[in-house]
Design a protein around this ligand. Sequence first.
Ligand SMILES: [Zn+2]
Ligand SMILES: [Zn+2]
Length: 395
Amino acid sequence: MTSPAPVRVVWSREMLAYDFGHGHPMTSERLDLTIRLADSLGLLAAPGVDLVGAQIASDDLLQTVHDPAYVAAVHRASVDGTPDLAFGLGTTDDPVFPDMHEASARVVQGSVDSALAVWERRAMHAVNVTGGLHHAMPAAASGFCVYNDAAVAIRALLAAGAQRVAYVDIDAHHGDGVQAVFWDDPRVLTVSLHETGRGLFPGTGHAGETGGPEAPGTAVNVALPSGTGDAGWLRALDAVVPAVVRAFAPDVLVTQHGCDTHGLDPLTHLRVTIDGQRRAAELLHDLAHEVADGRWVALGGGGYAVVDVVPRAWTHLIGIATHHPVDPESKLPEEWRALVRERYGRLGPDQMTDGRDARFSPWSAGYDPGDDVDRSIRATRAAVFPTLGLDPDYD
Ligand SMILES: [Zn+2]
Ligand SMILES: [Zn+2]
């Protein structure tokens, strides 16, 4: 009897170099606190877990998605700190930092290695919480993202023989970079569930964005009203994602778990809880087993409540992916809380739950045309379900 393939968790201390600095929302303190929490709960040394770092991706690999001129500009900025605004480098969102190229390319390699390990069955699932840098464009840094690790990983899967890849992005912001890369590629389904672009960066991700002329129905966008909480967010996820992913029948599922949907996130206006985020991760895990024979690559993404949200959200994600789910009722280890006290001079969260039940009412129970969340869901279903052979009302 062979034992099941391990679950790959991407991490090494070198990954902390992807850091826009203390005081910038994308400080790598968020990753440090996450990994310390997962470690103190025993997840990283658990049976069947393969903890691996990553090398620096080659320029050739990066250029499967990014323009050579952009990669060259990142190299230059990385060496001498010179901004290059034509490529989005040196802005408030994307300031230049030392070794920016190396740090960003390492994140990419971590996601590519994860994708190939899952594809080749060397790993059951893979998680890279340093990845999910979904705003990076082929020729520009954007929204705290330098290289688009998700898009490069998907390109690597296609090159390795995958026929169809589904990408599901549950970050509060629209997954615009990944959508742009695969806009006209019928082999890749991109699904993004996010706060409406009316009030939030990057301003795109409307229901009517459904893919290019060669790939109709392969972009799916659910733009939720600001203020949406667990019940609405999970209802929307459940009403759209499983149906479109099943209809697309992917070989692999790649997911982005930006946790800036939380009510405490300083940059967005959704009101999801840790319990809602955990339930979403479970749903996507189950979906990967159902539709892609378990081939699942889970990435991080946004999340700027550095102490209160990111470590718990992604520790749950790691727990689910490694098949060692963390009991929501568990207390956070005292050593982790002491570190927070020492670093931030305040108390961090003490439980792995926000005390919510993450319940929602499924679409099949009926919809309310007077409800803003339901109207958003309905708009997405009407825009894209028929192209995928689904009924907007009954599937
Ligand atoms: Zn985000
Ligand atoms: Zn599993």
